[in-house]
Design a protein around this ligand. Structure first.
Ligand SMILES: [Fe+2]
Ligand SMILES: [Fe+2]
Length: 363
């Protein structure tokens, strides 16, 4: 992955970074024609119709002339573990604001890179899924994801910062893109990455003070709710008809993907702490990494943990695991693995179902 120098603002030309050979690979996916062109008449057709009706043009819909000051925090959220740390509270207000501005830019960069991953997985489902209606739906998702790449790229251009893709996110999306079945692509993207994204978008929508970012996130989130619904509406019946060994293969794939996320993608976990992008956030905020991690350890020893305030969504617990349970991928064998890996299995579907309705939670 090419690491972009983020110490100085970037012009559009400077974004044109050279391609890393690791970013080009072949996948073993089969391609499927379908000549049964009549619509399926089920939930997937409904989603296709909703997608057609709800297309939007970022040029027309969003207030791009909104001034954005990249030196100021874009979010007003003091609930994360960093703001609870005694070490962090001792920093000057300016340093705290710089850290918040950079860590938000790092998060927005992950939205941007993740959207590119979603663009490629949606295109992959379009050519590999054997059902004609699902192909048409996946084409609409491909267009949605193109729009999402566009809007986050334009927003990152406004704040003149793009952080590199986090290693765990790249690993998760690469595992999805390198898989051998479209069902795995849908599990990796429509259930796991998009579950993660929907939770993160919802939290961004609730906490940002920037009107443009709020509007971007609201509209992206409405599209994403369809994408998560597609995972359920199409894959549920497909998985129900598979032989047991194939269901176990898919359940194992889902577990491995969740495991990458659970041990790399949560703020405060060891993997996310040593992520090169996060180290750059510290460097750009003039915070000594040794002091910072010592402060984090002291906070954890004092029992300060990352508790989400009411209304914030925990993607793994509220969105992903309920989605996997609903399509039958939390088999007894898989459940044992989640427990062994220290991942609590919670399958309450209420938050997931509310988000699939396309509305932010407690907004
Ligand atoms: Fe998206
Ligand atoms: Fe999506």
């Amino acid at each position: 992955m090419t690491v972009i120098d983020i110490n100085t603002p970037k012009t559009r030309d400077q974004w044109k970074v050279s391609m890393n050979p690791d970013d080009i690979y072949r996948n073993p996916m089969s391609i499927a024609w379908s000549f049964k062109y009549l619509m399926s008449g089920d939930k997937v057709e409904d989603l296709y119709k909703r997608a057609k009706q709800n297309q939007w043009d970022a040029d027309e819909l969003l207030p791009w002339d909104t001034p954005v000051d990249p030196s100021k925090p874009l979010i007003n959220d003091r609930s994360d573990i960093y703001h609870q740390m005694p070490f962090f509270k001792k920093l000057s207000k300016a340093q705290q604001e710089t850290f918040t501005a950079h860590s938000t830019a790092q998060l927005l960069s992950q939205f941007l890179h993740g959207e590119q991953g979603a663009l490629m997985t949606a295109a992959c489902v379009t050519h590999s899924v054997p059902d004609a209606t699902a192909k048409l739906y996946a084409a609409t998702q491909t267009m949605d994801e193109a729009r999402h790449v566009e809007v986050y790229a334009r927003y990152c251009d406004k704040i003149a910062l793009v952080y590199p893709m986090s290693l765990w996110l790249k690993a998760l999306i690469d595992a999805t893109l390198k898989s051998d079945r479209y069902e795995k692509v849908m599990i990796g993207m429509n259930m796991i990455v998009e579950g993660l994204a929907l939770g993160a978008f919802n939290n961004m929508y609730r906490t940002t003070q920037c009107d443009l970012l709020k509007k971007i996130t609201f509209n992206v989130m409405r599209d994403e709710s369809r994408h998560v619904s597609f995972g359920h509406a199409y894959l549920g019946p497909v998985i129900a008809k598979l032989p047991e060994d194939e269901i176990e293969d898919l359940a194992e794939f889902a577990f491995q993907a969740v495991n990458i996320l659970a041990h790399g993608g949560t703020a405060g976990t060891l993997a996310s702490r040593v992520d090169p992008g996060f180290m750059q956030v510290l460097e750009n905020s003039n915070i000594d990494p040794d002091d910072f991690f010592k402060g984090l350890e002291e906070a954890e020893a004092a029992g300060i943990t990352q508790e989400l305030p009411p209304g914030q969504i925990h993607s793994l617990k509220d969105l992903m695991l309920p989605a996997l349970a609903r399509v039958g991928l939390l088999t007894p064998t898989a459940r044992k693995k989640y427990v062994e890996a220290g991942i609590p299995v919670d399958t309450d579907p209420r938050v997931l179902e509310a988000m699939e309705g396309g509305r932010p939670i407690a907004a």
